[in-house]
Design a protein. Structure first.
Length: 240
């Protein structure tokens, strides 16, 4: 009889433990199940805001453009003959100053992109979010190109112009173009480079954003929250 009395509390604990384990297991299954629409929406917007902010911060830092071969701004294609000629006549320092100042201007402007991207993310519909999550590896980047390019250009251009003047890019490039235009028998080039640098700065942002997008799609370590892990785990199972 004593043995039975001793076993009763043990069995009670055992059954309670089993019930608790079942609840935990069910909760785990639910957590690892398909994400809800709200979870997909929140996770993707979180990931995109982190990615665009990181891209903007990296490019707006000193040497963000100049030290990054993938986005470094060089002489415009139509003005590369200017650079070649300047270097051939002993004006390499002037050409170097032009390139450095173009990149400094882009770095100055890059930080202005963050609120534009954040606003674009806030405007996303559930369909946009789902299409991005289950779309191509650059679906988010393409979304940003469609929805922010015009606003980026409008916002960037005055900033780029101010930055070009501040870091001396306008003067350096004007000096370079003027020096080149004095060379006999050459085709004259336009010394205005504001539009060119504006577009290259925007292009550079999208290059960085595409890299961040690919990182979070492919790198498990980039999914730093349970929500991101759940939603992008769902993406992994359903991607084409």
């Amino acid at each position: 009889m004593k043995k039975i009395l001793i076993l009763i509390p043990f069995l009670f604990v055992l059954f309670c433990s089993c019930d608790t384990l079942n609840q935990v297991a069910q909760g785990t299954v639910q957590q690892l199940g398909n994400p809800t629409n709200l979870e997909i929406n929140n996770a993707l917007k979180q990931a995109l805001e982190l990615g665009t902010t990181k891209s903007s911060d990296q490019l707006s830092a000193v040497n963000g453009f100049f030290g990054n071969a993938a986005v470094k701004i060089l002489f415009p294609p139509e003005a590369q003959k200017v650079e070649k000629t300047l270097r051939s006549i002993g004006l390499s320092k002037l050409a170097d100053n032009v390139i450095l100042s173009l990149n400094r201007a882009a770095e100055d402007a890059a930080g202005k992109a963050k609120p534009i991207f954040v606003n674009a993310i806030k405007q996303m519909t559930l369909r946009d979010v789902t299409n991005i999550l289950l779309g191509n590896k650059d679906a988010a980047t393409e979304y940003f190109k469609r929805t922010t390019t015009l606003q980026l250009a409008s916002s960037f251009k005055p900033v780029i112009q101010t930055s070009l003047n501040k870091v001396g890019a306008t003067k350096f490039y004007t000096d370079a173009a003027t020096a080149y235009n004095k060379v006999p028998f050459v085709s004259k080039v336009n010394p205005d480079i504001t539009d060119y640098v504006t577009q290259k700065a925007i292009d550079g942002l999208f290059v960085e954003i595409a890299q961040e997008e690919l990182n979070i799609r492919q790198n498990l370590g980039a999914r730093t929250t349970p929500l991101l892990q759940k939603v992008f785990g769902y993406y992994d199972k359903n991607k084409k």
